[in-house]
Design a protein around this ligand. Structure first.
Ligand code: FES
Ligand code: FE2
Length: 394
């Protein structure tokens, strides 16, 4: 390679790297940060937030404090006090307000500082910290961190497949994990149907394995009102359909825990904590009579990943834990933030290519001040092209 060619090659590589950075960076001010804030995001489990207590959170690169007032309402405000940056989580919840432990500044749930005990005179300008609307649903606290309506309210709470979760009599179980992997690798994993035959093709994955064979699937991807539908056909009676919903949720329908149980709706969110860590919430909406499992103990990423990657040992957990552990091993094994400039994509990576194009289109609209797509609910069930379908999770 001549010096000129080498220089041109480096320029192309660095332009590619910038394109890929757009996908992974989600702190305030980055295009992806703006995009992700235009959707309701799950931030914590309701059960972990007691009345009169607070939790420190990091979300989309921002430090936050989530607290529950004495009335039972939850509030999400900035992580630090406006005075001298004390962590508000160290303070006290009083009524519906939170007081900083350092010098006692007190904030309400809208972020307004309404008491400064050591100051005799009121300030001319009110002091405010960030505050975001929250909504509790199915045992999760969701937050709206994007722009508000003109009247200061958040857009109506909605989820792309909410009707499936809403069905009467459902019981809900939540699995929460932190993965030390950039969030976008996990989104790409959802759009990668081939990995099922390998990453999930060993171990004791039970009912899941019954429908997964080493056959490489035929793949079809299409954009829906809510995201991307992928259809992976391994045989005429083995077709896996999943509705990935924009920008960071995957809705899966999978066999229930017992042999004769009806299928379960599973909704998975990969919510960036920052560029290197992701909080994953998996919401299992079981049919009425199914006894939900206790999923809290199923999977500890570091322990199980070590077993699986170094000793080829399977975690002594249930099937759901094993599948998740395999996904963790696969995505963390790429590196915390995979270097996409060094990839060699092929035809079977059509889903990854499709996914990135959709994101780049939306990010381009944000960068250039154009409207993004109006993603909406996906009310219809996936139409399966053949009878006796075997659809599975992954
Ligand atoms: S740092 Fe919070 S009151 Fe001083
Ligand atoms: Fe998987």
């Amino acid at each position: 390679m001549t010096p000129d060619e080498n220089h041109a090659n480096q320029a192309i590589q660095s332009q590619k790297a910038r394109q890929f950075d757009l996908l992974t960076q989600c702190a305030p001010g980055f295009p992806m940060g703006t995009l992700l804030r235009r959707f309701w995001q799950p931030v914590a489990q309701s059960a972990k937030l007691e009345k009169g207590r607070s939790l420190p959170l990091r979300l989309l690169g921002e430090e936050l404090t989530l607290y529950r007032g004495e009335s039972g309402s939850a509030y999400l405000v900035a992580g630090r006090c406006a005075h001298r940056r004390e962590s508000l989580h160290n303070g006290w919840v009083q009524g519906e307000q939170i007081r900083c432990m350092y010098h006692g500044w007190r904030y309400d749930g809208s972020g307004l500082c309404n008491e400064i005990p050591a100051e005799k005179q009121a300030r001319n300008e009110p002091v405010r910290i960030a505050a975001y609307p929250v909504h509790e649903y199915c045992g999760l606290v969701f937050a709206w961190m994007g722009e508000l309506n003109a009247d200061g309210t958040a857009p109506e709470f909605d989820l792309p497949r909410k009707h499936a979760l809403d069905e009467p009599g459902r019981s809900y179980v939540i699995l929460e994990q932190v993965w030390d992997v950039n969030w976008f690798q996990q989104i790409e994993n959802s759009m990668d149907a081939v990995h099922l035959s390998f990453a999930h093709g060993w171990g004791k994955v039970g009912r899941f394995a019954e429908a997964i064979t080493s056959v490489i699937p035929d793949l079809v991807y299409s954009e829906t009102a809510a995201g991307i539908r992928q259809i992976a056909t391994r045989s005429p009676t083995n077709v896996r359909i999943s509705d990935w919903t924009f920008p960071n949720n995957n809705h899966i329908v999978a066999p229930g825990p017992g042999k004769d149980d009806p299928w379960t709706d599973i909704s998975v969110w990969a919510v960036p904590i920052d560029e290197r860590n992701t909080r994953r919430f998996t919401l299992y909406a079981y049919a009425a009579h199914v006894k939900p499992e206790d999923l809290d103990t199923v999977f500890q990423p570091r322990i199980h990943a070590e077993w699986m990657s170094q000793e080829q040992r399977i975690p002594a957990t249930d099937e759901a834990g094993e599948i998740t552990a395999q996904d963790y091993v696969a995505t963390s094994g790429q590196g915390t933030i995979v270097d996409r400039t060094k990839e060699n994509l092929s035809v079977s990576d059509a889903g990854i290519v499709f996914l990135r194009k959709v994101f780049w289109r939306e990010l381009d609209a944000i960068v250039n001040g154009r409207p993004t797509k109006q993603w909406s609910r996906l009310d219809e069930a996936p139409e399966l092209p053949i009878p006796e379908i075997q659809a599975t999770a992954g």
